[in-house]
Design a protein around this ligand. Structure first.
Ligand SMILES: [Zn+2]
Length: 459
């Protein structure tokens, strides 16, 4: 038998197979709501039921050269670097995905995620939930990867604001206090990335990002809730269909509170519905991304902590606080460091960028970043569309901008330092980051993007 014709037939058949040199995407989700009786935060309370369920959701993207990223949205408050490092390593090992972005929506009616076998709260039930949740995240990444198919991507933005800047100045003493600052900076929009199947033309997933603390659900309610991000995803699905996976990413909402603060679940639903409507508008007006390759970059720097108080101030404070055990514990640590001639440890800062040519960039970072960072990225990142995540792959408190850090003791909850007891004095950093971190953050972020001039990098 002459095998030439068969060979030719094979060749023709092979070359006519649909090959796809562009981006492939897959998406999946699983419910991770802790059951009744488990600890929820923040503030800490025991859950007595479920107002709305919590989910892990993943949008997986890959290109023909094997560049791939799993973008994971979690309806959880936070996780440490240790937890995120271990989980990302496990995902690498079990799912073969090199890059994972774990974004925490920061809902204050959920739970924190801890490392395997060592949940953040030390009772067995919570610990079992914790480990099951880690398994769910891995399973969701694996499922999203398995389902990956050729897609067309589009990106868009629409105006919306579900919160306000939460830092106000007391004009009497110049101290910052928490309230509703309608004139303060915010990120007044939602960014979306949409993946449409090339096979069916249907939308597979919507990644949407907005910057605000999910703190509209009341802390007095003992029901778990995804707060406004959950309600927003629900609204998008009501219109686009329930098989569309909606992945929420929390932006630089460190100094923005959802409004109205700690009011009702219904108000959280309303705010979420508005965010969902705006996302639908952004989807409708979104522009197609033609880039066929993904570029994924990361870098790590250290953000130095503010220097410790002088010996004199410390002595005064130790005298004043001698009956307050919690404060004395921190003051003794400071005393120890001063004696050793050391400074408190800095904060780890990992910056990540997922880029599609010059058309789209997702810039992601850890911590509760002030919104001014997202506004700066939007102004300077050399891409047609940007999306920004904070609360990603690790957490060590707030990172304010220099202007706020320079207020020293008057800097308020997120940026203040001794002799005032802001939130960050109770961390291992014994205070906020140092003035000057803004430049370090901006340099780290812009080092990931193509060709930005030196003057643009520092402005
Ligand atoms: Zn927060």
């Amino acid at each position: 038998m002459n095998c030439w014709p068969l060979f030719l037939i094979c060749l023709i058949t092979l070359s006519s197979l649909p090959t796809h040199a562009g981006v492939r995407a897959g998406a999946a989700e699983q419910e991770i709501t802790p059951k009744t009786g488990l600890e929820i935060q923040h503030y800490f309370r025991k859950s007595i039921g479920v107002r709305d369920p919590l989910f892990v959701r993943c949008l997986y993207l890959e290109d023909a050269s094997g560049n791939a990223v799993a973008i994971v949205g979690l309806d959880l408050i936070m996780a440490s670097f240790e937890t995120c490092d271990e989980l990302r390593a496990e995902i690498r090992e079990k799912c073969g995905v090199q890059h994972t972005l774990l974004n925490f929506s920061h809902t204050h009616a959920s739970a924190a995620l801890g490392p395997r076998g060592r949940s953040t709260v030390s009772n067995d039930e919570d610990s079992r939930w914790n480990d099951r949740t880690l398994d769910s995240i891995i399973a969701v990444v694996a499922a999203a990867r398995k389902q990956a198919e050729p897609v067309s991507l589009r990106a868009g933005r629409a105006d919306v604001q579900v919160g306000f800047n939460r830092r106000l100045v007391n004009t009497g003493n110049g101290h910052i206090f928490m309230g509703v600052n309608r004139k303060g900076p915010t990120v007044p929009w939602v960014n979306v990335l949409v993946a449409d199947s090339l096979r069916t033309s249907k939308t597979i997933a919507v990644l949407f990002e907005h910057a605000a603390h999910p703190v509209i659900a009341p802390h007095t309610s003992k029901l778990t809730s995804a707060d406004f991000p959950g309600a927003a995803g629900k609204r998008i699905r009501e219109v686009l269909g329930n098989d569309v996976i909606t992945v929420f990413g929390q932006g630089c909402g460190g100094n923005i509170n959802g409004f109205p603060l700690r009011s009702t679940h219904e108000r959280a639903d309303e705010a979420g519905r508005r965010l969902g409507e705006a996302s639908l508008k952004a989807i409708e007006s979104s522009k197609r991304i033609t880039a066929r390759t993904l570029s994924i970059k990361s870098t790590t720097v250290t953000l130095p902590s503010a220097s410790l108080p002088g010996r004199e101030l410390l002595a005064e404070m130790m005298d004043l606080e001698k009956n307050n055990a919690k404060r004395m514990k921190q003051l003794r640590q400071i005393e120890k460091l001063i004696k050793q001639g050391e400074q408190p440890p800095g904060r780890r800062f990992d910056a990540h960028a997922v880029m599609l040519g010059s058309e789209w960039c997702l810039t992601a970072m850890p911590h509760e970043m002030f919104c001014q960072y997202e506004l700066w990225i939007d102004k300077h990142a050399p891409f047609r569309n940007t999306m920004t995540f904070a609360f990603t792959n690790g957490y060590e408190g707030y990172v304010a901008v220099d202007e706020a850090l320079a207020l020293g003791a008057r800097g308020g909850y997120e940026a203040g330092r001794l002799p005032n007891w802001g939130g960050q004095v109770y961390t291992r950093h014994l205070g906020p980051p140092a003035v000057g971190v803004e430049k370090i953050v901006k340099a780290a972020l812009s080092s990931l993007w193509p060709s930005l001039s030196d003057s643009e990098k520092s402005n």
